[in-house]
Design a protein around this ligand. Sequence first.
Ligand SMILES: *Cc1c(COP(=O)(O)O)cnc(C)c1O
Length: 222
Amino acid sequence: MSRIQDTIREILSQLPPQTRLVAVSKYHPSSAIMEAYEAGQRIFGESHVQELQRKAAELPKDIEWHFIGHLQTNKVKYIVPYVSLIHAVDSERLLAEIDKQASRCGRIVPCLLQLHIAQEETKYGFTEAELLELLQSHRLEQYQSVSVCGLMCMASNVDDEGQINREFHKADTLFNSLKNSFFADNTEFAEKSWGMSDDYPIAISNGSTLIRIGSKIFGTRM
Ligand SMILES: *Cc1c(COP(=O)(O)O)cnc(C)c1O
């Protein structure tokens, strides 16, 4: 068994039943994806549109491709026909564009709203106040070709596990409160995408349902 396959099995053995693994394959060749595929992995995460296009064309059709990075509105049209989940919807403008393109190809595209929770100024996403404003406004109802399936966030890039834990805890608490207030009857609003190679155990203890793991599986990127 290869190192990639060993690592996938090790990670899967630690996951509670509600948590799924997104293997983040950005910058890694299709051959590495195939090793993971042969270990049974079917969900892969990419963050560059052209790279995803190329890999989706050449790899098996039963792979679920998740777009995990910052997505530019002018590139939405290239991935909407086949992408299974867009994790990092960080503006209403982007959501509106996904809706428009999804409607053109007769799909309903699952999306997560990105919560800005880390302390770094540069990270993308909605603040808690912005999310509340969007949901209270009922503007989401006009986007009939997207399905808002939950929240995504990234913790601060720090060594302080206490801080990472506080950030994921905040995301989990906010998810639960939004679920109660705005999605109580909506079974699709169920996903919490948090946790990467260095912090996924903390994310899982804070309710994560999707962990996005790259370097731990595939090694450091080229
Ligand atoms: C690259 C990336 C990951 C994976 O990060 P690792 O530290 O390599 O596990 C997860 N989420 C997003 C949004 C990424 O861009």
